[in-house]
Design a protein around this ligand. Sequence first.
Ligand SMILES: [Zn+2]
Length: 171
Amino acid sequence: MVLPGYPKDMREFRQQFTTHEACQEYLVQCRWPEGFVCPKYSSQKARFKLSAVVFECQECGRQTSPTAGTIMHGSHIPIQEWFWAAYLVTTHTPGISVLQLHRQLGIGGYQHAWHVLHRLRKRMVHDTRSRLSGLVEADETFIGGLIKGKRGRGVVASYNKNLVVGAVELN
Ligand SMILES: [Zn+2]
């Protein structure tokens, strides 16, 4: 099984994903590293119909899009743009804001960027994640704008503050 390499920096990203087709190809390799498998009866006899951008199973005739079941499916946003957004969101520390993403992508409006970021964030959470167990340490802090005369723990939640809670398993 050979999974395609993940670009290690912006330069590699630019070289690797120059076209819509290159993105599609990468997606196909990630999803079916050993060749396309029809989701219906697990048949491997399929051909790629370039005109419709789908795999067509030669046994049951079912057509499967490379984006089926992904956040990109049914989206009017081009796949290349999704790739850009995913790269920015996963490499930006700390997390990227909607406004930053909007500015970086330079396409579509604020709503557009919000939609992309929202979908990406949702999928970045592991569905099967388990609850923390054993010895757990938790702490909280407020991040956001300054409040006159208050510092550190004395700061209380206000309109320009967000409460951030973190917890880790110690064992
Ligand atoms: Zn089939």
